[in-house]
Design a protein around this ligand. Structure first.
Ligand SMILES: NC(=O)c1ccc[n+]([C@@H]2O[C@H](COP(=O)([O-])OP(=O)(O)OC[C@H]3O[C@@H](n4cnc5c(N)ncnc54)[C@H](O)[C@@H]3O)[C@@H](O)[C@H]2O)c1
Length: 373
């Protein structure tokens, strides 16, 4: 039986809270339930947004047959196990980045999605920013010509974030820099060579056995004559926050602004010009258009990621709309499960390469049935 309205549940109410009013106002969803561990915070958030079904247990949430889809925003180490459990319980799954932390976890999500027939979408903010949508328009209107090269960069200082971030290998959180490079060519990474550079304090390095301040990688795109480059830093490297991609075409190129507040640059031939990027709210159903400009918190209580990430470029309602539309239209989402896991695995394999002094690491091909674990 086809449905025209989905019951959604949000898991994790830090960053996840940003999405509550978007699902509440999307014309095809009901924000049916929220879930997080601490009962007091769960009740506080539930009361603010008028969400009556509240679960302090993830297992109880996914046992509720009324829920069609879950959007997971728990800490990183829970993403894969919760995604697999929700898929196996017959729910469509949206999960924040990164999808997983090991290659085995990547496989477990791919296999659970295949076996359940449900949609899995990694909610990658970087490919629904207004900058990315602008670059996509440049591509689709032929203004770039042949795409020749891509570069992604994500530099951040994560001192003071929750403990599980401390010492995280930079490439284990690489999707914001990897994804736009691959999404613009609708591609997947085939192999990577990555070097670690610099050193962080031993107290941080010992947490995940990762000593590097910066990781810098070259990736080969599968079945395309293209390569791209990604740079990541998380601790003890001075720079304003940047989460960016550059895109080099035969006729025109797009370069992200170097510091916040500047406009990106479009080069046509050798001639550069600063270019204001439009908002793409018009692509969305009217009730959720305003969320491209505004988060759900007031300025004082804004989620740190939203402030540091410049509001994630207005991406949140686009992500919600893509996830919901893909389910209702019975098609894979963008990114689908294979792209999501490839884009996550790219960073996992990059870190493996860095630990082996830049040795080339070939990514598993999650779409190959023969290679299925
Ligand atoms: N731009 C982006 O895409 C972006 C930005 C910020 C955060 N994130 C991702 O969002 C995730 C959450 O980030 P955060 O800053 O809100 O983290 P956080 O640690 O502040 O909050 C985590 C939330 O998950 C809940 N939780 C923890 N264990 C749970 C369990 N077993 N069952 C149910 N709920 C559980 C907690 O109660 C809390 O509400 C991270 O994985 C991060 O990678 C993505």
């Amino acid at each position: 039986m086809s449905k025209d309205n989905l019951n959604l549940a949000i898991v994790g109410l830090g960053f996840g809270r940003e999405f509550i009013p978007i699902y509440q106002q999307h014309p095809s969803t009901t924000l049916y339930a929220v879930c997080q561990r601490t009962r007091s915070h769960l009740d506080e958030v539930g009361a603010i947004y008028g969400v009556e079904r509240r679960f302090a247990s993830f297992d109880e949430l996914i046992a509720d047959p009324a829920i069609d889809a879950v959007h997971i925003n728990s800490p990183i180490h829970l993403h894969s196990s919760q995604s697999v459990a929700a898929l196996r319980a017959g729910k469509h799954v949206a999960c924040t980045v990164p999808a997983a932390t090991t290659i085995d976890e990547c496989w477990s999500i791919v296999n659970a999605a295949r076996e359940s027939g449900k949609n899995y979408m990694m909610m990658e903010t970087a490919i629904y920013t207004r900058e990315f949508l602008f670059a996509r328009e440049l591509r689709d209107t032929g203004r770039l010509g042949r795409i020749q090269f891509m570069r992604g960069s994500h530099q951040q200082e994560m001192a003071g974030w929750p403990g599980y971030w401390e010492g995280l290998p930079p490439m284990h959180y690489a999707t914001h820099a990897v994804s736009p490079c691959l999404a613009i060519v609708n591609g997947q990474a085939e192999s990577v060579s990555c070097l670690g550079s610099g050193r962080i304090a031993q107290v941080l390095a010992s947490k995940y056995g990762s000593p590097f301040a910066v990781e810098t990688a070259h990736f080969k795109v599968r079945e395309q004559d293209l390569a791209f480059e990604v740079t990541r830093s998380l601790f003890e490297t001075s720079r304003q926050y940047i989460e960016s991609f550059d895109l080099y075409g035969e006729k025109a190129s797009f370069e992200w602004a170097r510091i916040e507040g500047e406009s990106p640059i479009v080069h046509v031939g050798e001639k550069p010009s600063r270019t204001a990027v439009p908002d793409y709210a018009r692509l969305l159903p009217e009730p959720i258009r305003r969320f491209t400009q505004k988060g759900v918190y007031d300025a004082e209580n804004a989620h740190l990621s939203f402030t540091q990430g410049g509001g994630h470029g207005g991406s949140h309602p686009h992500l919600v709309h893509e996830f919901v539309s893909s389910i209702l239209e019975g098609r894979p989402s963008f990114p689908d499960v294979y792209q999501s896991l490839n884009w996550t695995c790219a960073g996992i394999c990059a870190h493996e390469s860095a630990l082996r002094a830049g040795e080339v690491v070939t990514l598993p091909n999650f779409e190959s049935k023969l290679a299925q674990k």
